[in-house]
Design a protein around this ligand. Structure first.
Ligand SMILES: Cc1ncc(COP(=O)(O)O)c(C=O)c1O
Length: 402
């Protein structure tokens, strides 16, 4: 541990609320697919700020838009019309089948907005008393009281925060019969991640998503897709639900939307948008001019540079290369799964030591559900970085006794 690192750890201990189990790394700057610590040492970034900096760190083109907009208009609030929001809305709506957008500041706020909209639309427009939101086991939807209740995980995330809001039910993952049994006339919406991120990089089956859409038709309920982590080209399509050929009533976005600036969005059909009216939902900062201008540039770059196709091809490359690891260490690597560049390499044992050694060798990735190495690199990552990472992992597995 360097003195610089020791100092920052001690400083933080005195100053911040303790909510994070931090990685043993303090980042002073980042560029492209590289992070640099306080001593100037370089790391390969396979995490991109948890699927946020999809276009890479500290880009000149985005910095220019950010600085230019900051000199022109930063904030006036949503009491005023602003072209920057509309420019972004047009761009986002051109990538999907939604008709309208509500902008906010984070993933949790987007999901909170989606839940509120689903309830209000059902009550006020459909005139139905159906409030129940069904979510899946191991899902992750955020940390506000509503979204943590929606989250299908136990443990610290819920510990000590009760009473939690009523009206949420969790069902087993990818089990269509269990879902059918849980749905009733009281169901307002089914909320899914088509690929669970925090839950261990688990895609839903096509059959399950078909069953969700069938229940939608049968009960007139709403389908909400949480695309906070999966959206914006991450899985090899602009939106992950497009792999399944469905049109959600509501879907949410955040993370990569402004490539590191905080922004969220709720995208909805024309019909469901009627659930909101002036005064029913709002946010002070949402859709501010700077984040909107940057997000517009992000969408432009993603389209112009065919980032979705790139993510898909690179994801295939990782899977092919990782398959060799599975063949070589069948007793240590259970499999690799995911879509595009939202990937999980599942180990057969507790992966903490492997993850730690990767970090020591200057590869930053994430460990989820105890034994899944989650890779969510910038979508602009080069093949050589992947090859180097897998070679390093191979060496670590070689030395690891299970
Ligand atoms: C699928 C999903 N939904 C919601 C969230 C919450 O987003 P935020 O941390 O921006 O509130 C996350 C964050 O990891 C997520 O992965």
């Amino acid at each position: 541990m360097s003195t610089h690192f020791e100092n920052i750890v001690q400083r933080e201990k005195k100053l911040l609320c303790s909510t994070y189990g931090r990685y043993p790394l303090a980042v002073s700057r980042a560029k492209g697919c590289r992070l640099y610590d306080l001593d100037g040492d370089e790391y390969v970034d396979l995490l991109s700020g948890i699927a946020v900096c999809s276009l890479g760190h500290s880009r000149e083109d985005l910095a220019e838009v950010m600085a230019g907009q900051a000199r022109k208009l930063v904030h006036v609030s949503n009491l005023f019309y602003q072209n920057e929001q509309l420019d972004l809305a047009e761009r986002l709506l051109s990538t999907c089948e939604a008709d309208r957008v509500f902008f906010c500041n984070s993933g949790a706020e987007a999901n909170e907005g989606a839940i509120k909209l689903a309830r209000r639309y059902t009550k006020r427009i459909k005139q139905k008393d159906a409030v129940e939101i069904i979510t899946l086991e191991r899902s992750f939807h955020g940390r506000t009281l509503c979204t943590l209740t929606a989250t299908g995980q136990a443990g610290l995330i819920k510990d000590g925060f009760d009473p939690l809001p009523p009206g949420f039910t969790t069902v087993p993952f990818d089990d269509a019969d269990a879902l059918r049994n849980a749905v009733s006339e009281k169901t307002c919406a089914i909320m899914i991640e088509v690929v669970q991120g925090e839950g261990g990089v688990r895609p839903l089956s096509m059959e399950y998503v078909d069953a969700v859409m069938e229940l939608r038709r049968e009960y007139g309920l709403l389908v909400i897709v949480d695309e906070i982590q999966t959206g914006l080209c991450r899985t090899g399509k602009f939106w992950a639900h497009q792999h399944y050929g469905i049109k959600p009533d509501i879907f949410t976005s955040a993370k990569a939307l402004a490539n590191g600036l905080p922004m969220g969005a709720v995208l909805v059909t024309e019909d469901v948008a009627q659930g909101f009216e002036p005064g029913s939902h709002a946010t002070t900062f949402g859709g501010g001019a700077v984040v909107s201008a940057v997000a517009s540039k992000v969408v432009d770059i993603m389209k112009e540079e065919h980032i979705a196709e790139r993510a898909e091809q690179m994801g295939m490359f990782v899977k092919t290369e990782a398959a060799r690891l599975i063949r070589k260490h069948p007793e240590k690597v259970a499999g690799v799964r995911g879509l595009g560049l939202l990937l999980g390499i599942e180990l057969t044992f507790d992966g903490k030591e492997v993850w730690k050694k990767l970090l020591e060798k200057r590869f930053v990735c994430n460990l989820t559900q105890g034994r899944i190495l989650r890779l969510v690199p910038p979508l602009v990552i080069e093949k050589q970085d992947i090859v180097d990472f897998l070679e390093c992992l191979d060496g670590i597995l070689e030395e690891t006794e299970v």
